[in-house]
Design a protein around this ligand. Structure first.
Ligand SMILES: [Fe+2]
Ligand SMILES: [Fe+2]
Length: 491
């Protein structure tokens, strides 16, 4: 390559990098504005003040990017949101908004939405109104939007439909991400173990290590929720209490993310969740691992752990917002919304948000593990159903709904029986069609498969059970009954 060509290429590279950084920076604000304007348009008429306050800044942001880039497009690929050619990074300030746009465009079958140079505020406003009022359950939502754009003569807006055969998603997640996730998962277990052992022997503990761990859990969960959902489905581990605490931490963080908590709040939540059962460290192991039901005196001991937790945390930690939150969660996580749980209180009290989150996640993990309170585990779908029946009294109903939504009808990690007799492990929830998740087929009538096959039930059209019909889930089954060790398929 001659010198001039080299110079041009390096200049081009520099320019591309600058553009990329520019889009990343601008993307954050744009995503939030776009989200807020669509949500406002769904509630108010276009001439309402609230709407006008949103559309102005959105138009300004759009105009600025178009001036810089020539045009502006949102597109989605393999679960990531792109602004022009830049893949937007999810972070705390735009997590809820980015997820909303991704899921929203997916539902409407929009692969790419482009705003061209010359677009007017009136055009942008009309587009937002169309998007805000479209019924996603419409048979062909993309065609309806396209028709409206044409009829309203919105000439600077271009839509592209999702390709019929999307690229098979992350074959699947890169091995590297999986490896790092697993490492962090086991690090969490060992941190809980270390903290428990130090507390047991009356030694203090520095929270820096724990905070660093929670922070990296948060960062990695942001990049790939599915791996962590899968890992949190692990139940058979010798040191149950430590695994349980780690699972409760992960699921609480996933729920916290859906609520739009900030990074700092997520770290506080994660830490509190990790230590919610720290009051159990001084209970005898024979009691915690007792294979049969507890008698009344054993129950009385178990019911002391929320208060013991506060005492343990007070003894081992300095007072700061993190340790105070952790104490609150330890004290409140078995109280229930109507205070029918334990410890018994004389006065009314509203439970802290973090305690309400941990209480839901804790019960779910305990019910599906079947170790301490219940000796036989419930399949995940049945556990959620049981929790749903008592939602008004025991749990915060809106949080529970959000949690069910996060896990899906057949939560990741459920073992399911298909109508063709095969057995699969649910690996990914499908929010558009919750009864048709993605499954890893691990066994059939002949026995366990050497190489598990991945099947997306929402895309399936073949069936060995009934030619021409699609395969579907008959019901959840209990892994123990079939002598299956799920950890070999999850890990
Ligand atoms: Fe507990
Ligand atoms: Fe617990």
């Amino acid at each position: 390559m001659n010198k001039l060509a080299e110079q041009v290429t390096s200049q081009e590279r520099k320019q591309n990098k600058e553009n990329y950084l520019y889009l990343l920076e601008k993307g954050k604000g744009l995503v939030n504005l776009f989200y807020a304007t669509i949500r406002t348009a769904a509630l108010y008429e276009p001439n309402n003040d609230a709407f006008r306050k949103q559309i102005g800044p959105l138009m300004q942001a759009v105009r600025e990017i178009i001036e810089h880039e020539g045009e502006l497009s949102f597109s989605s690929k393999e679960g990531y949101l792109f602004l022009n050619q830049a893949r937007l990074r999810l972070d705390f300030e735009n997590y809820v908004a980015s997820r909303f746009i991704l899921e929203f465009t997916q539902k409407l079958q929009i692969y790419k939405l482009t705003l061209e140079s010359g677009i007017s505020q009136a055009e942008l406003q009309d587009l937002i109104c169309i998007l805000a009022h479209i019924d996603p359950n419409e048979k062909e939502p993309f065609e309806v939007i396209e028709k409206k754009i044409f009829e309203q003569n919105l000439g600077h807006i271009r839509l592209e439909k999702e390709r019929e055969h999307p690229v098979p998603e992350a074959e699947l997640t890169s091995l590297d991400q999986r490896r790092t996730a697993k490492k962090t998962f086991y690090r969490a277990i060992s941190v809980v173990r270390e903290f428990s052992q130090r507390t047991q022997s009356g030694k203090g503990m520095n929270l820096v290590k724990v905070k660093r761990l929670v922070q990296s859990l948060v960062d990695q969960i942001l990049q790939n929720e599915e791996i962590f959902l899968e890992l949190s489905a692990l139940k058979n581990y010798d040191e149950y209490t430590y695994l349980h605490s780690t699972n409760v931490c992960i699921l609480s963080l996933l729920l916290g993310l859906r609520l739009g908590l900030s990074k700092r709040e997520l770290c506080e939540l994660g830490l509190a969740a990790l230590f919610h059962d720290i009051g159990k460290v001084k209970l005898p192991l024979e009691l915690l691992n007792k294979p049969s039901e507890f008698d009344e005196s054993e129950w009385a001991k178990m019911r002391k752990h929320p208060v013991m937790g506060v005492k343990n945390l007070l003894a081992s930690l300095k007072l700061d917002p993190f340790s105070i939150r952790a104490m609150l969660v330890s004290f409140e996580h078995h109280l229930n919304l109507n205070l029918s749980g334990y410890p018994k209180l004389k006065e009314k009290r509203d439970l802290n948000l973090f305690s309400r989150i941990v209480s839901i996640v804790d019960t779910y993990d305990a019910m599906t593990s079947g170790r301490v309170y219940l000796k036989t585990p419930f399949p995940p779908d049945e556990a959620l159903r049981k929790m749903f029946y008592v939602r008004e009294k025991v749990y915060d109903p809106s949080l529970l709904k959000l949690f069910i939504n996060l896990l899906g009808v057949y939560p990741v990690g459920s073992l399911v029986l298909l109508n063709d007799g095969q057995i699969g492990l649910v690996t990914k929830n499908n929010p558009d069609n919750p009864s048709s998740p993605k499954v890893k087929l691990i066994a059939d009538q002949e026995g366990t498969k050497e190489v598990p096959e991945i099947l997306d039930l929402s895309q399936d059209s073949s069936s060995s059970a009934e030619p021409g019909a699609s395969r579907s889930i008959l019901r959840c089954i209990d892994p123990q009954k079939y002598n299956l060790d799920l950890s070999q398929f999850i890990l």
